[in-house]
Structure formats: structure tokens, C-alpha cells
Ligand binder design. Structure first.
Ligand code: IPM
Ligand code: MG
Length: 351
């Protein structure tokens, strides 16, 4: 099989982590006999400074012709906050109809000490997955700002709610796991609308144990007990998913360990680390490449249907960590390894 992967290097540490992601995909492709080609498509702050456009036409065309997209973090301190986010990240997600944002939360063996939680809370591991609605809610881009007020409309449509819940029910069904919906139905109309659809569909998926949790309560309970016995598949709206994903990243030791997949189950999907462009450490060769490498595992799993290769990449990450390699986000100063040492170790295990 031959596939074209669109590659967006992004800003800050983006080009560093993306180059390792690409190497890992190349190695996995070789291992699995896949014919992968890569086409670079600049999008983001650097593209804006060079071309005047955050998302240049030419890049969009290359991405349109690709079967999957590997995306680096975007944003630069010399560009006003919000421009790259709106014209780059959110526009890409909307253009490609990527209505699911999948964020697996997994504690890798050996990283317990990097978590702020006590050891006894981590003894059974942490392994849940956040299914974040990725196109509506407070991100529907309705509203605006003037001299006296700022407004964002928290819009949920029947189509938007049904498709994300269906995805989550199917995922829970495949994993043989429970499904928990996180909302704020005691206050927000949009959440109440979501909850009514969830309850209706829960009755249809009688094989899955379903429950709802208010978002404030979820944020508390997941810190008190993050174990797999308690949390499997979490489905939630766009804004709550954004917040919960960062809280969850802290639980498993670092934002540098958190991958994500923006999925259009019937179209082009885009894979990116959850972390940002980290301009303070850019170009120093010390950024953690694992969030991007784990995003590549998601690309293999969800866009190329290569579960075996995806598992191989995840196992290679664990094997590299087992060697004691830790970047600066996880290990203190002199004990930290470089991006290259960690990336090369993953590649060696994959080979
Ligand atoms: C994320 C980020 C983005 C989001 C921003 C940068 C637009 O925080 O992917 O979690 O809010 O979705
Ligand atoms: Mg975020």
C-alpha cells in the first residue's frame, strides 16, 4: 500500500519533534512493508512571517492530497496570540471535518515519580482515553468582541452531538469498556442537550456501562483515583476536553507524553502532540519527542489501519524509557537526556 503523509513542521520545538516523528514513521513503514511518502506543508507562525498567510494555499493543497497529516505545535511569541490558533489549528480541524479529538492518557512504566500523585494512587497504572468533541461548543466560533463585551456561543447541534457520541459508544464497545460522559448539565443548556442525547443512546447500547459526571466533579475524582478500574473511555465537549487533557497529562508525568488524533473517520485525519511550541527551549535539542512519536502510533492505527505497527511504536517508547532515558520535562537538569538520544533509542528498538 502507498500513502502520502502531509507534514506540518510548525513553530518553536515543532521542527525538532516532527523530524523524529517522521523518522519513526519511516522506520515503521519499512518494518511493515508500507510505501510512505512525505510532503512538507508549512502552516503556522513561521509560514505567516514568510508568506503573509498562516495557512498558505499551496500548503492546503498538499494537505488535501495527503492520506494523513502529521502536525507540529504552532505559535510564536512575536505573533499576537490567537492568530495562529484560529487561522491555523482550528481552521485545519474544521476544514478537514475532524470532529473527534482523541487523547489517550497512559502512564508509562517507570514514570510514576514524574506524576504529582502519590505512588499508592498509581499502583494499578493509568490508562484512559478522552474523546473530545472537536468542532462545536465554545469552539464553534460564533460570537465576538467589542468595547463592552466578549461573547462565545456554546453551540451544540443534533448532528454534532450524535456523531461524537456514536464514535465514543463504538470505541467503548470495541475496547469492551465503560463509557463516562463529562458535562455541566446542571447549569448549561448545551450540556443538558448533550446529556439527553447521551442518555437516549445509552439505552440503545445496552452492552456498555454508561454514566455521566459533572466536569468539576470529574476533575476532582480523577485526582483522587485515576485507576483503570474507574476510568475507561471519557466523552466530553470541546472546551472541557481541552482542559481535562492537560490535567490528565500532568497525572501521567508530562505534557511531553501526551499524543492526540484529530479524526475524520471518513476523511483526512491529523495527528499532533498535545503540547505547544515551547519557544523557550526551541532549537536546544532537549524537547521530549515522545508525544509526537506516540501521535505517529495513532496515525498508524487510525489512518493506516496498522494496529500491529502502532503497538510496535508504543512498545519501542516503553523500551526506550526502560533504558532510563528521560528528557528535561521529566528528569532534573543533569540527569536529562537529549531529544536525539531518546528519539534514536526508540528507532533502535523499532528496528
Ligand atoms: C489543544 C490546544 C488548542 C485547543 C489551541 C492551541 C487552539 O490547546 O490542542 O489542546 O484549544 O484545542
Ligand atoms: Mg489544549
Amino acid at each position: 500500500m502507498s500513502y502520502q503523509i502531509g507534514v506540518i513542521p510548525g513553530d518553536g520545538v515543532g521542527p525538532e519533534v516532527i523530524s523524529w516523528g517522521r523518522k519513526v514513521l519511516e522506520a515503521a513503514g519499512k518494518r511493515g512493508g508500507l510505501d510512505l511518502s512525505f510532503v512538507e506543508a508549512p502552516v503556522g507562525g513561521t509560514a505567516f512571517l514568510e508568506t503573509g498567510k498562516v495557512l498558505p494555499e499551496d500548503s492546503l493543497q498538499k494537505l488535501n492530497e495527503s492520506q494523513a497529516i502529521l502536525k507540529g505545535p504552532m505559535g510564536r511569541p512575536d505573533i499576537e496570540a490567537g492568530i495562529v490558533e484560529r487561522d491555523g489549528i482550528l481552521t485545519l480541524r474544521q476544514h478537514f471535518g475532524q470532529y473527534v479529538n482523541l487523547r489517550p492518557v497512559k502512564l508509562f512504566r517507570g514514570l510514576e515519580a514524574a506524576s504529582p500523585l502519590k505512588d499508592n494512587l498509581l499502583k494499578d497504572g493509568v490508562d484512559f482515553i478522552i474523546v473530545r468533541e472537536n468542532s462545536e461548543g465554545l469552539y464553534s466560533r460564533m460570537g465576538g468582541i467589542n468595547a463592552t463585551s466578549g461573547t462565545d456561543i456554546n453551540l451544540f447541534t443534533e448532528k454534532g452531538v450524535t456523531r461524537i457520541l456514536e464514535f465514543a459508544f463504538d470505541l467503548a464497545s470495541k475496547r469492551g469498556k465503560d463509557l463516562i460522559s463529562v458535562d455541566k448539565a446542571n447549569v448549561l443548556s448545551a450540556s443538558l442537550f448533550w446529556r439527553r442525547h447521551f442518555d437516549r443512546m445509552a439505552a440503545e447500547y445496552s452492552d456498555i456501562k454508561c454514566s455521566s459526571q459533572l466536569v468539576d466533579s470529574f476533575c476532582l475524582l480523577v485526582l483522587q483515583d485515576p485507576s483503570p478500574a474507574k476510568w475507561d473511555v471519557i466523552v466530553t465537549d470541546n472546551m472541557f476536553g481541552d482542559i481535562i487533557a492537560d490535567e490528565a497529562a500532568a497525572i501521567v508525568g508530562s505534557l511531553g507524553m501526551s499524543p492526540s488524533a484529530n479524526l475524520n473517520p471518513a476523511g483526512v485525519s491529523m495527528y499532533e502532540p498535545v503540547h505547544g511550541s515551547a519557544p523557550d527551549i526551541a532549537g536546544k535539542g532537549i524537547v521530549n519527542p515522545l508525544a509526537t512519536i506516540l501521535s505517529c502510533a495513532l496515525l498508524l492505527r487510525y489512518s493506516l489501519g496498522q494496529d500491529g505497527l502502532a503497538n510496535d511504536v508504543e512498545n519501542a517508547v516503553q523500551a526506550a524509557l526502560d533504558q532510563g532515558l528521560r528528557t528535561i520535562d521529566i528528569a532534573a537538569g543533569e540527569n536529562a537526556c537529549t531529544t536525539e538520544e531518546l528519539g534514536a533509542a526508540v528507532l533502535a528498538h523499532l528496528a
